[in-house]
Design a protein around this ligand. Structure first.
Ligand code: AMP
Ligand code: MG
Length: 495
């Protein structure tokens, strides 16, 4: 393996040149590898031993792209906290190119923190060690939890200081995604189409996205509408998986919504300790726009922004006028609450160890009543479901009712538990889907603080734990507990 034998394609740059600016990563004066996902490397057909060599590091920082590669900064727009920004784009990132993995899937190899680009606006184009290690660990945890996500191949410290509130060590993260196409990509394309009619850019983005992620869309009668249907379906599934593991993304702007249905951009994200629909962690989300319980509604809002970009194309492909196209798109968007509701209820039923095919009314009532109990007591989201299985087995310790002990309204709980037990829940099935370990905010922060001070051991230990979320081990007990200080945890956007 070498930079001359590694083959990166440039399909995005070829198909959508209006959205691609040829660009070069900044050199890293003293690259040091901080984290490497060896399993992912193997999946990609990359030799981990080679990635650790000087040549490998210079690939991971983008300084020495493989022969024939064509790195580009991608253009996109986006609604940020509801306000529209027509020009976002890769202000500190580059798409190195696409590679075919061992299973024949096309994957993007992308860099974050690789220097200024024409999209940088006032930013320095750089990233620092803490937030990049955070993305590495949280995305690895999400993958282990079974949540569709972009991945981190590795994090390399650049040896360059980056000026934030104080100087901090710089880093580049090498990200792998099934693509970096976003709702914001379509928004940017729609604006260009509007300025220069006849370029057919939205149509080409639709075709490119369909070819990469949803091939059957190309055979549909109205491909643009079929893409909207497909993205609506996978985003409903995605947000249901977030809700089922207590994940709060924190910055669900339309530029952070992928057409592939993968979670992207781990900036101010966090996991719930106490269950609370109103939970917000991000310092900048003062209005609670992206609160835990808001995530499904915001996803639907983001999909409506996607639909707007597709209206002229839907009209053209379906032979309709504007009103007709709106009607067709609205009909798709209106399927979202049902798709989401079904996906979330199914996940909750699985978390409760219940078989599929339950009477939907029984299931909805059972799940709804449980959420009410959880919310009232702010029960620890992760611990509670593990305790329900313990309680069911009768191995809950001295008192034997560790889940019941967490709630406030005991008569309501007893009534609920009687109905639940009557459905024959399976505690082993519960433990297979309910993680014992998610990245606890306070532990992650402590691990990143230690890494900043030069000690990677707490980070590496935590990475080991959260990538084995279902394997309960006595020596990992502290990782299963919420923040003992219990205070509100605040995250900051990872620049
Ligand atoms: P994000 O919040 O990471 O999704 O980023 C939103 C936008 O800000 C994207 O266009 C980024 O490229 C850009 N951005 C974030 N940090 C920086 C930075 N340090 N320098 C330049 N652009 C940045
Ligand atoms: Mg982003």
């Amino acid at each position: 393996m070498s930079t001359t034998t590694l083959h990166l394609e440039h399909r995005f740059a070829d198909a959508l040149p209006e959205l691609a600016v040829d660009w070069q990563a900044e050199a890293a004066p003293g690259p040091t590898l901080l984290a490497l996902d060896e399993e992912l490397a193997a999946e990609l057909g990359l030799d981990p031993a080679w990635l650790r060599t000087e040549d490998g590091l210079r690939l991971l920082t983008g300084e020495r792209p493989p022969t024939g590669a064509r790195p580009v900064a991608q253009g996109y727009a986006g609604h940020q906290f509801g306000g529209y920004s027509p020009r976002l784009g890769d202000g500190r990132a580059l798409l190195l190119g696409e590679l075919t993995d061992r299973e024949g899937r096309l994957r993007d190899l992308h860099l974050k923190g690789s220097g200024r680009t024409p999209w940088s606006r006032g930013g320095d184009g750089l990233a620092v060690v803490g937030p990049m290690l955070r993305e590495h660990l949280v995305s690895a945890a999400m993958h282990a939890l079974g949540v569709p996500t972009t991945r981190s191949l590795g994090v390399v410290a650049t040896g360059r200081a980056v000026q934030r509130e104080q100087p901090l060590p710089g880093a580049v993260l090498a990200r792998v995604a099934s693509s970096h196409l976003r709702v914001g990509t379509l928004q940017y394309a729609a604006a260009l189409d509007h300025q220069q009619p006849g370029t057919g850019l939205v149509r080409r983005v639709v075709e490119h996205a369909a070819a990469r992620h949803h091939p059957h869309v190309l055979d549909a009668e109205v491909p643009a509408l079929a893409l909207l249907e497909e993205v609506t379906r996978i985003q409903a599934e995605l947000v249901a998986t977030w809700m089922s593991v207590g994940f709060v993304h924190g910055v669900m702007n339309t530029d952070n919504v992928t057409l592939s249905g993968e979670t992207i951009d781990y900036g101010p994200c966090a996991f719930l300790d106490g269950f609370d629909q109103a939970a917000v962690f991000s310092s900048i989300d003062t209005g609670g726009r992206y609160a835990f319980g808001q995530q499904p509604a915001i996803t639907q809002w983001n999909l409506a922004r996607m639909a707007e970009t597709l209206l002229p194309l839907v009209a053209e492909q379906a032979g309709l006028d504007q009103d007709g196209a709106v009607e067709r798109c609205v009909a798709v968007l209106e399927t979202f609450p049902t798709l989401y509701g079904e996906a979330y209820a199914a996940r909750l039923a699985a978390k409760l160890g219940l078989p599929t095919g339950l009477d939907p009314e029984v299931r909805t009532a059972l799940v709804g009543d449980l959420l009410t109990l959880m919310q009232a007591a702010r029960v620890d989201h992760t611990g509670f479901f593990r305790d329900l299985a313990r309680e069911l087995r009768g191995t809950g310790g001295e008192q034997g009712t560790p889940a019941r002990d967490r709630v406030l309204d005991l008569p309501a709980y007893d009534d609920w538990a009687t109905r639940w037990r009557a459905l024959g829940p399976d505690p082993d099935a519960m433990d297979a889907v309910n993680p014992a370990y998610v990245p606890r905010n306070h532990l992650l922060q402590a691990a990143l603080d230690a890494a900043d001070a030069g000690d990677l051991a707490p980070f590496e230990r935590m990475l080991e734990v959260v990538t084995h979320p279902f394997e309960e081990r006595p020596e990992w007990a502290a990782y299963a507990l919420p923040d003992p200080a219990g205070g509100p945890f605040v995250t900051y956007c990872g620049t």
